[in-house]
Structures are given as structure tokens and as C-alpha cells.
Design a protein around this ligand. Structure first.
Ligand code: C2E
Ligand code: MG
Ligand code: MG
Ligand code: MG
Length: 297
């Protein structure tokens, strides 16, 4: 591998590494066309209040329908886009798309917030096209209606680790505009806890690897419980991601978790599908059905 920092920095390019590099380059080239040719879409996954089972938020998740490859996972193309800088254009497109839908859904539900994932590169990019401008360009849209901003941001530990002054200022500006910041994938990165003190974040998202197999994994239960207690003591609300079973939901709810997200509670859906779900759940709660209806198909 090319990871060693020593003087002997020779690297072996095995055929598979070369193939992987070529595949990355191909994806990057094709990604260039994806935005222009309308191959990207944003899907929305519900985030549910564990106290009453109601949808309070949604996470915007980008989707790429490639004409030949079919659906390409963001797990595959986002890291490449981060590396090439294409994430800035993709991120701006996702932001506009998500914001437009969020504003519309606000007419159904004045509290609904759509969370948007932001890569560190979107903070650092300096060509005047980065997310700093979301605030100025979209100030009216974000704060236009009544209630809190229609969008929130999900950031990762990597952004905070660098903790440079410009990033701190930018995060603070978002928060002063009322935009809530969630720390995504908590527990999977460097997990330095000092940034939880340094930054006043709003939500902590427990990574799905800690929720996985929760009902059969005492260590994961211990970690989830400890994360929830710590977060609450620091004044953060907790969102658990990857909730797939009723048992996981119950364990997390009993541990005091505030919100849940996962296939049990709703898969990522195209905008019209999410809107239908929102309608349906609102009707159900208006008819005073039990909160458990949230988990029926
Ligand atoms: P993430 O932000 O942690 O998003 C949650 C991921 O978990 C999503 O994967 C979602 O589909 C998946 N998921 C939700 N519920 C469950 C569940 O019950 N079980 C399991 N196993 N998975 C569940 P997805 O959509 O493939 O996205 C993967 C990652 O790609 C995201 O992780 C995020 O880091 C990145 N990503 C997606 N959209 C964007 C975007 O617009 N911008 C940026 N910068 N990154 C994005
Ligand atoms: Mg996320
Ligand atoms: Mg996440
Ligand atoms: Mg994740």
C-alpha cells in the first residue's frame, strides 16, 4: 500500500489496483455528464420522533441512475466526487433540489426539516461556489416562511477534526441563521470527543454499525446507551440510523434516543413517494390512530 509515511515510499500497482483506478476515472468522467443529463435524483428518507412515532425530518440522499450501469450507490461515487471536486457541483444541485421540496412540504407540515449531507470539500472550496453561498443566495428561501429553516445540514467528523477558523465561522453562521447541524456517522471516524465541546452541534447521529444487530449484541447496546447519555448531557439530540427491526427501535427508545431512521420506519423514497407517505401519516395522526401506525406499510 502507499500509506507508509517513511522514506521507502515505493508503491506496487497490482493489476487490480490499476483496474480500480481506471474504474474510478471512468466514474468521474461519467459523473461529469450525470448532472447535465438529469441522471441524478434526490430521494428522501423519513426521520421519526421516537416519542410519538411521527415524521419530523427527512434525509436527502442523492441517487445516480446511470444509463448503462443502472443505479450507482453514493457509497461508490461520493468519495470519487469528493476526490475530484465534483462534489461541489453535485452538492449544490442536491441542495437546491432538497430545498425546493422542503419548502413545498412545509405547507403540509410547518415543522418538517430536510437534512442535507455536506462533504468537507464543500466547505473548503474557494471558487465562490461553495456552501457558504447557500446562506446568502438562499437566505429568503431558507427563512422565507414561518418556523425554523426548512433545511438542516449533516456533517462528518472529518470536517471538525481539521477545525480551522474558517470552518468554525461558517458553521456558526449557519447556526445563527437557525440551521441545525447534525454530526453524521458518529463513532466511525476519529472519534475525538474534544470537538463535541468545541462546536455547539445540535444533533448526533449514531452510525448504523452500532444499531446493527442491537438485539443480539450487548456491546452495541452499551455503546448506544453511553452515546445517548453523553449526547444529552452535552445538550445534543440523538438520531439513530439504520433502525431495521422492532426490537432495535424499542431498545433505542427505552435508552432515551430522540429520533430514529431506518428501513423499519421508511426507506428513502423519490419526492412524490415521500410526499404521499407524509400525507398518509398525517391523515393517520389526524384520525388519532396509535403512534404505531408509523411502522405499518
Ligand atoms: P449517510 O449520510 O450516513 O446516510 C445513511 C445511509 O444509510 C443511506 O445510504 C441510507 O440509504 C442508508 N440506510 C437508511 N436506513 C437504513 C437501514 O435501515 N439499514 C441500512 N443498512 N442502511 C440504511 P445511501 O443512500 O447509500 O448513502 C450512503 C452515503 O452516501 C451517505 O451516508 C452519505 O455519506 C453519502 N451521501 C448520500 N447522499 C449524499 C449527498 O447528497 N451529498 C453528500 N455529500 N453525501 C451523500
Ligand atoms: Mg447523512
Ligand atoms: Mg449517517
Ligand atoms: Mg452513514
Amino acid at each position: 500500500q502507499s500509506k507508509d509515511n517513511g522514506r521507502n515510499r515505493f508503491t506496487y500497482f497490482t493489476p487490480s489496483m490499476q483496474e480500480a483506478a481506471q474504474a474510478r476515472m471512468a466514474i468521474s468522467n461519467e459523473l461529469r455528464r450525470a448532472i447535465d443529463e438529469g441522471q441524478l435524483a434526490v430521494h428522501f428518507q423519513p426521520i421519526v420522533d421516537m416519542h410519538d412515532g411521527r415524521i419530523r425530518k427527512a434525509e436527502a440522499l442523492v441517487r445516480w441512475q446511470h444509463p448503462a450501469r443502472g443505479a450507482v450507490s453514493p457509497v461508490e461515487f461520493i468519495p470519487i466526487a469528493e476526490h475530484t471536486g465534483q462534489i461541489v457541483a453535485i452538492g449544490n444541485w442536491v441542495f437546491r433540489e432538497a430545498l425546493a421540496h422542503a419548502r413545498r412540504w412545509r405547507e403540509l407540515d410547518q415543522q418538517l426539516t430536510v437534512n442535507i449531507n455536506v462533504s468537507p470539500a464543500q466547505f473548503y472550496h474557494t471558487n465562490g461556489d461553495n456552501c457558504r453561498h447557500w446562506l446568502t443566495d438562499n437566505a429568503i428561501d431558507i427563512n422565507g416562511g414561518a418556523g425554523p429553516p426548512a433545511v438542516g445540514l449533516e456533517i462528518t467528523e472529518g470536517l471538525l477534526l481539521a477545525s480551522n477558523h474558517a470552518v468554525m465561522k461558517q458553521l456558526l453562521a449557519f447556526q445563527q441563521a437557525g440551521i441545525k447541524i447534525s454530526l453524521d456517522d458518529f463513532g466511525t471516524g476519529y472519534s475525538s470527543l474534544s470537538y463535541l465541546r468545541k462546536f455547539n452541534l445540535d444533533y448526533l447521529k449514531i452510525d448504523k454499525s452500532f444499531v446493527y444487530n442491537l438485539e443480539h449484541d450487548a456491546a452495541n447496546v452499551a455503546l448506544c446507551e453511553a452515546i445517548i447519555v453523553m449526547a444529552h448531557k452535552l445538550g445534543l439530540k440523538v438520531i439513530a440510523e439504520g433502525v431495521e427491526t422492532e426490537q432495535q427501535y424499542d431498545i433505542l427508545r427505552r435508552a432515551g434516543c430522540d429520533y430514529g431512521q431506518g428501513f423499519l420506519l421508511g426507506e428513502p423514497l423519490p419526492p412524490d413517494g415521500f410526499e404521499a407517505l407524509l400525507h398518509e401519516r398525517m391523515m393517520a395522526s389526524a384520525l388519532n390512530r396509535p403512534a404505531g401506525t408509523v411502522r405499518s406499510p
